[in-house]
Design a protein around this ligand. Structure first.
Ligand SMILES: Cc1ncc(COP(=O)(O)O)c(C=O)c1O
Length: 373
C-alpha cells in the first residue's frame, strides 16, 4: 500500500514559513551556531576543523557517549544516531514489522506511527485518549483490550503530541508490566522529554527500564535545535538494534558530521540549554492560563506537567480547520487544528518559543473581533 501524505508536515510545509505569528510550534526556541559554540571553550575552533569524511553508521562514538548522560542504564552500544526523529520512526517500523502484524498506537498521534505500519500491511489499532473533564488520560484497561496474540509493537509518545499527556512513573510501570506479559516491543517517542515542568514529573526512558523498550530522542524539541537533524534510538534489545542498523544503510548511511559535533556541544551543555528553554516555557504558561481563563466560555485547556505543547478544546460550533484558516488569513497567526490529527474540535498550542506573547496578542485580537461582538 502506498504511504499516505503526512497531514501535519504538509500543513507546516504550506504555512510555517509564511505565517507571521505562531502559537502552535512544538519545538523550544532555537539558537545560532555561534551561540551554541560559545557554550563550550574551544568548541568554535574544533568545529572549524571538523573532518568532513563519512561518520560511523551508529553515530560518532563521542556523541553516543554524550547521549548516555540522558539515561541511567544505556551505554554507547545501545544507541544509534539518526537524521532527526522521523527517520528512526520509519526505519524502526520497516525493520521490525511485517505485513499481518498488529500494532497499537496512542492516538491521536504524530502520524508516522500509524501511516508507516499501515503502508506495510500491518493492522493499526488506536489506543484513544479519554478526556476526564478537560484532562487527557489513557486508560490501561482500554489498552489491554486491544492486545491480541498478533500485537508486536506498542507505539507510545510521552509527553504526548498533541494532548500534552505525560505518563506518571506508576502508569509507566503498569504499561511495561502489560507489554512484558504479552511480549510486546514498546517504541516510546520521547522527543518532548527533559522539559518536565517540575523535576518530580520526570520518568525514565522506556529503553532504560524495559528490555524490549526502544526510546526515541532528538535535539529538535526540548533542546530547540531541529536544524541539526540529530536524533537517536536507545535500546538494550540487540536484535532490534541490528535490524535497524542494516536498514539505515539504505536511508542515510551515516549522519552529518558537523551536526554530530554540534549535537555533542548541546548535550554536554544540556543543563544550560534545558534551563533556558524551561524558563521560556514557564514565562509563557501563565499567559495561556490568563488567556484561557478570560475566554473560558470559548476554550478549555488542561495545563500539562511536561513538554512544550497542549491541546485546546473549542467550546463552540465551528470547524477547527476553518477556524485556523480564518486566524491565518485575518491575523497571520498559525494554529494547528485538530483535523490534522483526525481529532476535530480542538487545536494544538505550543509554549516553548519566545514569540508567544506577541502571537497570543494577535490571536486575542482575532478572538475578540470574531467572537466577542
Ligand atoms: C511526537 C513527534 N515525534 C517525532 C517528530 C519528528 O521530529 P524531527 O523533526 O526531529 O524529525 C515530531 C515532530 O514534530 C513529533 O512531534
Amino acid at each position: 500500500m502506498k504511504i499516505k501524505p503526512f497531514k501535519l508536515e504538509r500543513y507546516y510545509t504550506l504555512y510555517e514559513f509564511t505565517a507571521e505569528y505562531s502559537i502552535c510550534n512544538s519545538d523550544c526556541e532555537a539558537m545560532t551556531t555561534n551561540d551554541l559554540l560559545a557554550l563550550e571553550e574551544g568548541a568554535k575552533e574544533k568545529f572549524l576543523n571538523q573532518w568532513l569524511g563519512y561518520t560511523e553508521t551508529k553515530g560518532n562514538p563521542e556523541l553516543r557517549r554524550d547521549i548516555t548522560a540522558i539515561y541511567d542504564n544505556i551505554s554507547p552500544e545501545d544507541l544509534m544516531v539518526f537524521t532527526g526523529a522521523q527517520e528512526p520512526i520509519y526505519v524502526f517500523s520497516q525493520a521490525v514489522l511485517e505485513a499481518g502484524d498488529e500494532v497499537i498506537v496512542q492516538a491521536p498521534c504524530y502520524q508516522s506511527v500509524q501511516s508507516v505500519p499501515e503502508s506495510m500491511g500491518c493492522k493499526v489499532l488506536n489506543w484513544m485518549v479519554k478526556y476526564e473533564g478537560n484532562k487527557p488520560t489513557f486508560d490501561i484497561d482500554d489498552l489491554e483490550k486491544l492486545i491480541t496474540n498478533k500485537t508486536k509493537v506498542l507505539y507510545l509518545n510521552t509527553p504526548h503530541n498533541p494532548t500534552g499527556f505525560h505518563f506518571s512513573a506508576a502508569e509507566q510501570k503498569a504499561v511495561i508490566d502489560l507489554a512484558r506479559r504479552h511480549n510486546i516491543v514498546i517504541f516510546s517517542d520521547e522527543v518532548y522529554r527533559e522539559v518536565e515542568h517540575k523535576y518530580e514529573f520526570a520518568i525514565p526512558g522506556f529503553g532504560d527500564v524495559y528490555e524490549n523498550g526502544v526510546s526515541l530522542g532528538v535535539m529538535s524539541k526540548a533542546y530547540g535545535l531541529p536544524g541539526l537533524r540529530i536524533g537517536w534510538i536507545a535500546t538494550k534489545n540487540a536484535e532490534i538494534m541490528e535490524k535497524v542498523a542494516i536498514l539505515k544503510e539504505y536511508t542515510t548511511i551515516c549522519n552529518s558530521a558537523p551536526s554530530e559535533f554540534l549535537a555533542g556541544v548541546g548535550l554536554r551543555n544540556r543543563e544550560t540549554i534545558l534551563e533556558r528553554n524551561l524558563s521560556i516555557i514557564n514565562e509563557n504558561l501563565p499567559l495561556y492560563d490568563a488567556f484561557f481563563e478570560k475566554y473560558a466560555d470559548l476554550f478549555s485547556w488542561y495545563r500539562p506537567n511536561a513538554g512544550p505543547i497542549a491541546f485546546i478544546k473549542m467550546n463552540f460550533e465551528q470547524d477547527d480547520m476553518a477556524f485556523a484558516e480564518r486566524a491565518l488569513k485575518e491575523k497571520k497567526v498559525l494554529l494547528l487544528p485538530g483535523g490534522i490529527y483526525d481529532y476535530p474540535g480542538y487545536f494544538r498550542i505550543g509554549f516553548g518559543r519566545k514569540g508567544i506573547p506577541e502571537a497570543l496578542a494577535k490571536f486575542e485580537e482575532f478572538v475578540v473581533e470574531n467572537f466577542r461582538k
